[in-house]
Design a binder for this molecule. Structure first.
Ligand SMILES: [Zn+2]
Ligand SMILES: [Zn+2]
Length: 260
């Protein structure tokens, strides 16, 4: 998967992404993910390092809870009995798979255009390009082969470890338009071109329904969090990402008005 198209996302865009399931533990600020076997502290926005870190973390970061909870020993025992993968044993987390809403999204990132290696350090990425790939910068101008601002999540921020690209908002509609643009501009044989155009017609007709359902979604969400207005930013970024404005081109707005 090419992540290059995902460097204009903002936090708002992730409202459309369903968060990965986690269980509430006791204390409820601890969240457990069964798939990766990790405990996330939703107050501190990090993942506990291992079983030993449970008590340590409570003592250090939640001393009120630790000192004022009667059955704290039993609570810790129960937590320690959970299957928890140590940060040392955690395998590479696949990109575009998990989205933990209790961990912050980080946008200040640098990615290798060849292998999707991603880091928060521009220096590390430059070293990666030069030493691993042998790609020296030709002149003193700013490197153009570094992709920036791809969103990531870091499980262990203090160690800068457990870094992955979260489940991304659906930009498929965008991609289909890019394919159409590419296929109409090239002189490829007619059968492939018409096939691609068919695909695109389906996508375009879904686009309007998709827009309406997303809009309803946003209204519902706005009501849930007791906001009096719809998040205009989320809506406009959806419009931008879906290229809904392209769909509207050459359409009679009066005819569409009733449907909105
Ligand atoms: Zn914590
Ligand atoms: Zn690379």
């Amino acid at each position: 998967m090419a992540f290059n198209n995902y460097n204009t996302l903002s936090k708002e865009d992730f409202k459309l992404v369903e968060p990965t399931k986690v269980e509430d533990l006791n204390p409820s600020f601890f969240k457990y993910n069964k798939d990766l076997n990790i405990i996330i502290c939703s107050t501190c926005f990090l993942t506990l390092l291992n079983t030993k870190d449970i008590k340590k973390h409570l003592v250090k970061n939640h001393s009120d809870f630790y000192n004022n909870t009667k059955d704290i020993k039993d609570i810790i025992k129960k937590l320690e009995a959970l299957n928890i993968t140590s940060y040392l044993d955690l395998k590479t987390i696949p990109n575009n798979t998990y989205y933990f809403k209790d961990l912050p999204l980080i946008f200040n990132t640098f990615m290798c255009f060849k292998c999707n290696y991603i880091t928060t350090s521009n220096k590390k990425l430059r070293t990666h390009l030069v030493t691993i790939k042998g790609l020296k910068n030709k002149d003193t101008t700013k490197r153009k082969d570094i992709i920036t601002n791809i969103p990531i999540i870091i499980l262990y921020p203090s160690l800068n470890k457990g870094l992955f690209i979260p489940k991304l908002p659906n930009l498929e509609l965008n991609t289909s338009l890019v394919i159409r643009e590419a296929s109409t501009s090239s002189s490829s044989n007619s059968s492939t071109t018409s096939l691609k155009e068919n695909d695109n017609t389906i996508n375009t007709s879904n686009l309007f329904l998709d827009y309406i359902s997303k809009k309803e979604d946003l209204i519902l969400k706005a009501k849930e969090i007791d906001e009096s207005t719809i998040s205009n930013k989320a809506l406009s970024s959806f419009l931008k990402n879906s290229r809904f404005n392209i769909y509207l081109e050459n359409k009679n707005i009066k005819n569409l008005k009733g449907e909105i």
